[in-house]
Design a protein around this ligand. Structure first.
Ligand code: HEM
Length: 298
């Protein structure tokens, strides 16, 4: 089940939209219906479980919905709202996380110096007799810089539709225009970044320890680093995504040493845009245990 993010003629010539010349609307509607069916089935099954229900994210959302309904509030009033939240979590929190992890591992496998620095930090903060845990993350500053540097080089923003006429940088933007902020180009602009195409996490480490430059929330005065957007319509899961990226990457690098399969070609960095920026050639890497004992996974 997948939608290709190919350009849609209907976006460029709205008068043609009702003909859906490329069948993109038809395809997207089928995917949406399929997802709706999946979420409806999961919800129905859960509602039928009676007292044995798990206290997980779905259960919490169902309870909030029930409370909203009882209080006559509109915050999570309908099953459609609930399914929309489940869809955001399922689509936002899966492929784009694994995609960034794939880029980060590719960069690290090509960059011995950075890989060594990451491992040194993990050894100091976590130690080879432990798995990475949530409380370690706040001290993994170098790893955090690796995540940011990966986001700088390999993320872009999505197109947005303007809902009202406005002016930006002297340009008039009529209502209904498709607007694309080219974060990919901003993140590689030599006006803002030294040697922009180099993978150099140090650029995100501040010498002065109490002031870290550029968080993932687009909070920098000149919008130089905006991997998740900025302002009102920033990625709703940016905080969670930042934490997941650090946790998954730290766990993979702490638990295992990674190398390319014997005889593999040099890692290819060419990419293509398909909602996210994806690697043209998927990364192949082989793990070997790095921790002091495999019993730690038990
Ligand atoms: C590496 C992981 C992720 C990346 C790269 C990413 C990226 C983005 C980007 C670029 C946007 C659009 C921002 C804009 O137009 O200015 C966005 C929107 C959004 N993201 Fe994420 N995201 C990630 C993870 C997540 C997760 C984990 C969730 C939910 C649990 C999530 C939920 C959303 C939602 C709901 C929106 C729409 C926000 C709105 O329109 O108000 N994302 N994301």
């Amino acid at each position: 089940m997948e939608i290709n993010s190919r350009p849609n003629v209907s976006d460029m010539f709205p008068l043609l939209a009702r003909f859906d010349l490329q069948g993109i609307l038809k395809e997207a509607t089928a995917v949406a219906q399929r997802l709706d069916w999946v979420f409806s089935s999961v919800i129905e099954r859960r509602l039928g479980e009676g007292e044995k229900r798990l206290k997980d994210m779905l259960q919490i959302l169902l309870e909030i919905r029930e409370d909203s309904e009882n209080a006559g509030s509109s915050s999570l009033a309908s099953m459609t709202h609930l399914k929309a939240i489940l869809q955001d979590i399922a689509t936002g929190g899966t492929e784009n996380i694994s995609n960034v992890i794939e880029w980060a591992l590719s960069e690290l496998l090509m960059n011995d110096r950075v890989m060594k620095n990451v491992k040194r930090e993990l050894d100091e903060i976590v130690g080879l007799d432990s798995l990475v845990e949530d409380h370690h993350l706040k001290n993994l500053n170098y790893l955090e810089a690796v995540v940011k540097e990966t986001c700088r080089l390999h993320l872009n923003l999505f197109p947005r539709l303007s809902t009202a006429p406005s002016t930006l940088g002297g340009y008039a933007i009529p209502k209904g225009s498709m607007v694309i902020i080219n974060a990919w180009a901003i993140h590689r602009d030599p006006q803002f970044w030294d040697e922009p195409s180099e993978f150099r996490p140090e650029r995100f480490l501040n010498k002065d320890d109490d002031k870290r430059p550029f968080d993932l929330m687009g909070n920098n005065s000149n919008f130089q680093f905006i991997p998740f957007g900025s302002g009102q319509r920033i990625c709703a899961g940016a905080n969670l995504a930042g934490k997941l990226l650090r946790y998954v990457l730290a766990s993979l690098l702490h638990s295992f040493d990674w190398k390319q399969p014997d005889g593999a070609e040099k890692i290819e960095f060419s990419d293509y845009y398909k909602i996210f920026i994806k690697k043209k050639k998927p990364l192949m890497a082989v793990p070997t245990l790095r921790l002091s004992s495999q019993d730690l996974f038990a």
